[in-house]
Design a protein around this ligand. Sequence first.
Ligand code: SF4
Length: 291
Amino acid sequence: MLPPAVPRPPAHLRVVDPAKARAGAARRRRTGRAESPLARKRRARRINAVLAEAYPYAVAELDFASPYQLLVATVLSAQTTDVRVNSVTPRLFAAYPDPRSLAEADEAEVQEIVRPLGFYRAKTRAVQMLAQKIVDDFDGEVPGRLEDLVTLPGVGRKTANVVLGNAFGVPGLTVDTHFGRLARRFGWSEEEDPVKVERDVAELFEPKDWTDLSQRLVYHGRRICHSQRPACGVCPVADLCPSYGSGPTDAAEAAQLLKYEFAPGREELLDAFMAGRTRAQLQDDGWALSP
Ligand code: SF4
């Protein structure tokens, strides 16, 4: 009988010599705080460049066609996956195409649509209150300024930055759980408070790079640099990361930990992303875009 095939990392990922990664991590841990601001900035930008090559298709994983849709989808995504949210929003937005129709909708009908997301009563209340406030205070149009967005119920800086960056083209750093964890692992910030992490990381990058960087960190956090067992042995930024070794460094063992389109057995999906197929097109092709 043939031995089981050893999973391999996707071919386009930068391969890092383990000895180089080990030496780099040891050196950075040793020098740690002594890294000069300029050296940290250069290393941060190199990491961003490598992640851009690893995730050339990184866009918001929530499907949307307008600021209203992205705002509602982002609020619905609390405590569930983007994939699950994407499975209910087409029906929701077909029934309620703008804030006014959602605000005036029958509560039980909205609950029925968002039920698969869990916490459906609270989520229905949240999006209807949000829609009502947009109608009352902004004449039914989602505002395009951070200071206005954070006045909406259930909208904090993170959600506001997601909407600004992705639906309005205004640069924003979206510090969610993945972003915060990776910023600390990369040595870009020592803070736990998302607002302080945002401030530290903002100093390392030009504003024009903020939105794409935010997407790439979320992609990297979900696929490779997991909170529990990061796949260090197949990580394309292993030689730039002081936390190399937080997870398995053996390439075969690490490759088993890859998720989403990098997961072993989903090579065709990765090829399709690399060829430029969008998430919506892939769903039409029959792909379930879950891990
Ligand atoms: S997977 Fe490992 S090497 Fe890569 S960024 Fe995360 S901690 Fe660093």
